[in-house]
Design a binder for this molecule. Structure first.
Ligand SMILES: [Cu+2]
Length: 193
């Protein structure tokens, strides 16, 4: 794990602790659960919604293609909106999607893609902690009763749930977020074995 990522994870955890004190009893209880429970007893992942897709990371902030757990696992998802993600990580995700969008013929060029992003930021963006961001939702098909949130105020959200249904479930954005909204979906983003 490189140093930047380590510092990043440490700062995220401290920011979350700070937020938990003031904002959400649920977030606070999840954080004390994380602090008190041995690491083997839960599976933790980071989810970064961006324009337009989801970056998925394991607990060491290594990028993964999908979230894979066993039935009965306790799962913790830490959802990090734009203001809480280092620029280089966020821009890489957007760049990746931009390349794919050109490849698939959804846009004709990098310039066109960047104009689209700027336009949607102006139309749907908010500023939080001095950072412009577009709010997104994170929902998991079949698990919507437990995982269906909108990172509206630009703050991280922590979700804790038991993966009690096995199968392959899509992760999708549950909030209209402009041009790329319909592409914000990972088919089989959650696999419960
Ligand atoms: Cu979205």
């Amino acid at each position: 794990m490189n140093t930047i990522v380590k510092i990043f994870i440490a700062s995220i955890i401290s920011i979350l602790v700070g937020i938990a004190i003031g904002i959400s009893a649920h977030t606070a209880s999840t954080l004390s659960y994380i602090a008190e429970t041995p690491e083997d007893n839960y599976k933790m992942f980071y989810v970064v919604p961006y324009e337009w897709g989801f970056g998925l990371y394991d607990r060491n902030f290594t990028k993964i293609e999908r979230i894979e757990v066993n039935r009965g696992d306790r799962v913790i998802l830490i959802i990090l909106p734009r203001p809480f993600v280092p620029d280089e990580i966020y821009e890489e995700l957007e760049h990746e999607f931009g390349e794919k969008a050109i490849e698939k013929g959804l846009v004709s060029s990098k310039d066109e893609f960047e104009k689209l992003m700027e336009m949607e930021e102006e139309r749907m963006g908010f500023v939080s902690y001095g950072v412009m961001y577009v709010p997104h939702g994170v929902a998991i098909e079949g698990y919507e009763d437990r995982v269906n949130v909108v990172a509206k105020d630009g703050l991280p959200i922590i979700i804790e749930f038991t993966a009690d249904k096995s199968g392959s479930f899509s992760i999708y954005c549950g909030l209209f977020c402009g041009w790329g909204h319909e592409y914000m979906r990972i088919d089989g983003g959650l696999i419960v074995r």
